[in-house]
Design a protein. Structure first.
Length: 300
């Protein structure tokens, strides 16, 4: 993050119609100054692999990763360990703090993961071997990772959603034709609705470090989006295949405003409906006043 201050120096003895350069003017920030952001609103539509790739969100909300649990296999090999260390280095670079509060576990039971964001590092078969992926948008089928078909209710909500969703058939076709899987998957934690899971997976764990290091390249980083991002030989191809949700909190009035701002057509129709509802009683009131006036004139 970068904070920029712009100064407008106004001279008290400036001459009219004549440019004057300030002399012996020094500007500095008081070392005791502080910026209080505690009352600012923080909210993000999740899952968002773009924010994960850019700044390690949501794990870096806590600079020392005290609210993060990393799940690795029971016997992690060199590739997994190297990928883990590289990821911790990226998080530390984003926050400026050491990731000393992170918890590393080999078990994905609810008691350990509740109240934490979860980072999984391993192979795609992990998606079929743990309850952590029970609500994930992907599953293992015939040894390959596939996108779970949406149920009818989810399809209906997808039609009215302002967020474009990837075609499940097209996504599965891409995953099926790929000889291997190297990429990222993100979804809501089944153990805490306010928490997020991000899985960093590769068919060959030796390639995991390269997958993580690729996030440092601007071109690759910009291609990581949505909730499923897979390498395709030329970079990353991203999809939006799962349900979205909010991370953080917003007041009710701001949520309503945000909801309508993403649906301009519905906002216009709502404005028209409100105008009609207000115009009806007003019209009846004017008609009544007209009748009274005409009645008074006839009586006179």
């Amino acid at each position: 993050n970068e904070l920029i201050f712009d100064y407008n120096l106004i001279l008290g003895t400036k001459k009219k119609c004549e440019g004057t350069l300030p002399e012996n003017v020094h500007v500095a920030i008081d070392p005791d100054s502080a910026i209080d952001l505690t009352h600012a609103y923080h909210a993000q539509r999740m899952p968002s692999l773009a924010t994960f790739a850019n700044a390690g969100y949501p794990f870096t909300i806590s600079p020392d990763l005290a609210e993060t649990v990393v799940v690795v296999p029971a016997s992690p090999d060199l590739g997994i360990v190297e990928a883990f260390l590289a990821m911790m280095g990226r998080f530390g670079d984003s926050t400026g703090a050491a990731t000393t509060g992170v918890t590393v576990t080999q078990a994905s039971d609810g008691d350990r993961l509740e109240g934490h964001d979860v980072l999984v590092i391993g192979i795609p078969q992990t998606a079929g071997a743990t309850a952590l992926f029970a609500g994930a948008p992907v599953r293992i089928e015939n040894g390959r990772l596939r996108v779970v078909e949406r149920n009818p209710i989810e399809r209906v909500f997808g039609l009215i959603s302002p967020y474009g969703a990837s075609d499940v058939g097209e996504t599965n076709a891409f995953l099926t034709t790929a000889e291997r899987f190297d990429g990222f998957v993100s979804f809501r934690s089944p153990y805490d609705a306010a928490r997020t899971v991000v899985a960093v997976m590769s068919t060959n764990t030796a390639d995991l470090p390269e997958l993580v290091q690729g996030l440092a390249e601007q071109r690759i980083n910009a291609q990581v989006q949505g909730d499923l991002s897979v390498t395709n030989g030329e970079g990353m191809r991203s999809f939006a295949v799962g349900q979205t949700y909010w991370s953080g909190s917003l007041p009710v009035w701001m949520r309503i405003g945000w909801w309508f701002s993403e649906r301009p057509l519905l906002m216009a129709l709502s404005g028209l409906l409100i105008a009609l509802l207000l115009a009806g009683p007003l019209y009846l009131l004017l008609v009544r006043q007209q009748r009274r006036r005409l009645g008074s004139e006839d009586a006179a």
